[in-house]
Design a binder for this molecule. Structure first.
Ligand SMILES: [Fe+2]
Length: 373
């Protein structure tokens, strides 16, 4: 792989040095697009590496974990009034063609969760029999769950009542305060439905994010794993819009009104994939910060890939963000309100570090979530 990279660098360097200005002007759009595409593949390499690690019984470690204590802020529901909104890239600086053109869309009023859904909240769904209750699932999602035997997010495993997950730092106990990740669209949708909410549309996500500075845990943080947010390092009131995990939206991946694919070979870049996929927004913990922007549209099929595909769209972690439709959470969700404290204690007794655990440890209580499944 490094040999191939050196080969490409060498020949690109030779091309750029030997070209006159007219040739450079002509080559620039493709070269810039190629650099951004390279970034997508670098993210994908780490994603696929994790997939390979998870299947390896020797539990390899790619990089040691970065320790970080965090107490996620309490989730609030932020209100956005009805409006005629404009979304999409405005044409200044680089953007993929699927982010264009900027256009108007009508938004009904909505309430958006102030932060990502956590592992603890998702465990509530698992413990409440969410994977065995078809009423929460789309028909296609339920069929996929049945055929593939899903009982929890990808990379989660249960042993003796305790949940663990694969990370690029090896397997470790599930950290309840981290954002849930590696859930398919079907799982994200079912979870949101169980919680009395739904996934946001990409227009809702973009409007909610439009005035928020680009911040979060990106590739440069060196974590290679999503982190819990803290009120200490983020003033809020809305958190985790970028970084950590790509966020599923309820929007099918299609061209914006007036969209036209690029001409020539570059026309195959995005337009040909606008079918049977859903849009994800934000970025992940393995996305370079400079690759991230408000109008970025990632996309992926709604199920889990049956195998690592040769060339899927860049896909980091996946997550849930919910738009509230009713005001009262179901009783089963309230049950796990303080779960992060109990799990932290369980980890400490096992001599492991919770990367995003709280300082409220040693409560002397076992995590009860896993044993209640
Ligand atoms: Fe590619």
């Amino acid at each position: 792989m490094f040999g191939y990279r050196a080969y490409v660098d060498k020949h690109m360097d030779r091309l750029l040095r030997a070209s006159d200005s007219r040739t450079l002007d002509r080559a620039e759009p493709a070269v810039v697009l190629g650099i951004h595409h390279e970034q997508q593949h670098q993210e994908l390499i780490l994603t696929n590496l994790k997939h390979a690690w998870a299947a390896n019984p020797l539990h390899p470690v790619y990089r040691e974990a970065v320790s970080e204590a965090a107490v996620p802020p309490r989730r609030a529901w932020l209100t956005f009034p009805p409006r005629l909104a404009s979304i999409g890239h405005d044409g200044s600086g680089f953007a993929f063609d699927n982010e264009l053109p900027r256009h108007q869309t009508w938004l009904h009023g909505f309430q958006l969760a102030s932060r990502l859904a956590t592992n603890a909240e998702y465990q509530g769904f698992v413990a409440d029999g969410g994977y065995d209750r078809p009423e929460f699932w789309l028909s296609d999602g339920w069929a996929a769950r049945q055929v593939q035997g899903w009982e929890a997010p990808l990379y989660w495993t249960e042993e003796n009542g305790e949940w663990s997950m694969t990370t690029l730092a090896g397997p470790r106990l599930l950290c309840p305060s981290e954002p849930v990740c590696h859930v398919s669209y079907y799982e994200a949708d079912a979870f949101a439905r169980w919680a009395g909410a739904r996934l946001p549309t990409e227009a809702e996500w973009e409007i909610a994010s439009s005035d928020v500075p680009l911040g979060g845990h990106f590739l440069e943080a060196g974590r290679f794993h999503p982190a819990a947010t803290t009120a200490a390092d983020d003033p809020g009131p809305i958190y985790q819009l970028y970084g950590d995990v790509w966020q599923w939206t309820a929007s099918p991946y299609a061209g914006y009104p007036g969209y036209a694919p690029l001409t020539g070979a570059l026309g195959e870049y995005n337009g040909k994939f606008m079918c049977n996929q859903f849009v994800l927004r934000g970025a992940s913990c393995v996305t370079p910060r400079g690759h991230t922007r408000l109008t970025y549209r990632n996309f992926f099929p709604p199920g889990r890939p049956l195998a690592v595909q040769r060339h899927p769209p860049c896909q980091g972690s996946r997550m849930i963000d919910a738009v509230r439709q009713r005001s009262t959470p179901p009783p089963s969700r309230r049950r796990w309100a303080n779960s992060s404290r109990t799990c932290s204690a369980a980890w400490e007794r096992r001599g492991r570090n919770c990367l995003a655990s709280t300082s409220t440890t040693r409560t002397g209580r076992r995590c009860s979530m896993k044993s209640r499944r």
